[in-house]
Design a protein around this ligand. Structure first.
Ligand code: GUN
Length: 283
């Protein structure tokens, strides 16, 4: 019997706890989002983040900039947010417009307000196996799903497909820190099937519909689908769900799997940064 991992339910549990803590202590953590350009997916993500924050009692402010924004304008706004004691968390929605140097923008965020964990300070700590202020939201949410379903990672062969800084790379580091054996595949990888067929766990974060098909997975493997592929028929993942489900022991659906966990972890990271900045006075 295949277990469909319910990310929506777990996300509701996590955010429900955050909501009651915020209420109990009568506090207002605050998240600032920087959004530049008019990427349609980014607009949806940012709206969803704002809606969830409001629901939990987290204040949020979204600073929007046009596609042709000057890099220095974004930087100046980050400096202001860094200095503002009422702002606990800063998120720069990616991707930024092409003419913007993403590294320069992300590196300007104070590490203690870096809610995505994308600064080299926090990312470096994660790579070294130490605790950063924040762990990137999507891989953190996937780990939380593994823990919820009591899936042991130690000694497992895990294929991570996609080497982005947002998902694949931090996922690899987190899994290695948990003693998994990780293969990080990417667009130049040859014979993905040779790797996938021998993997206990497959995490696909590529953004290509039907990348992972039934013939590529071994019996009883665990399948995590991070893909977000929108077309006229709606939202699809990277995994051919209806066929792969026959072989998987655990599988995440799209939607309702990893997506809600990403937002829940963003809320959790915002709350954690608040607590760190207030020196845990609450607890
Ligand atoms: N774009 C797609 N996913 C993410 C994310 O987790 N954080 C940010 N900042 N931008 C994204």
């Amino acid at each position: 019997m295949t277990i469909i991992m319910d990310g929506k339910k777990l996300a509701e549990k996590v955010t429900g706890n955050i909501k009651s803590e915020i209420k109990k202590y009568n506090i207002r953590p605050k998240l600032a989002v920087i959004m530049a350009g008019d990427n349609p997916s980014s607009k949806i993500y940012v709206q969803n983040k704002q809606k969830k924050a409001l629901e939990l009692g987290i204040d949020s402010v979204v600073l929007t900039f046009p596609q042709d924004v000057y890099e220095d304008n974004l930087l100046e706004n980050i400096y202001i947010l860094n200095e503002d004691v009422n702002i606990n968390a800063i998120l720069v929605q990616l991707p930024l417009p092409e003419h913007i140097n993403t590294k320069r923008i992300l590196e300007a965020i104070e590490p203690i307000k870096d809610v995505d964990g994308f600064t080299s300070y926090n990312f470096g700590l994660l790579a070294l196996g130490y605790n950063p202020y924040c762990i990137p939201c999507t891989p953190k949410g996937i780990l939380r799903l593994f823990d919820e379903y009591n899936i042991e990672l130690e000694g497992k062969n895990v294929l991570v497909a996609g080497r982005s800084n947002i998902v694949g790379k931090p996922m690899m580091m987190l899994l290695q820190n948990r003693n998994a054996t990780v293969t990080l595949a990417h667009s130049k990888t040859k014979n993905l099937k040779d790797i996938s067929i021998n993997s206990d766990i497959i995490i696909s974060a590529v953004g290509k519909e039907n990348l992972i098909t039934e013939d590529m997975v071994k019996q009883n493997s665990i399948i995590i689908d991070v893909g977000i592929n929108r077309d006229i028929n709606g939202l699809k993942g990277d995994v051919d769900f209806k066929n792969v489900i026959n072989k998987a022991s655990y599988i995440t659906p799209v939607p309702g799997g990893v997506g809600p966990m990403t937002i829940a972890m963003l809320m959790e990271n915002t709350f954690e940064l608040y607590k760190i900045q207030k020196n845990y006075q609450l607890l």
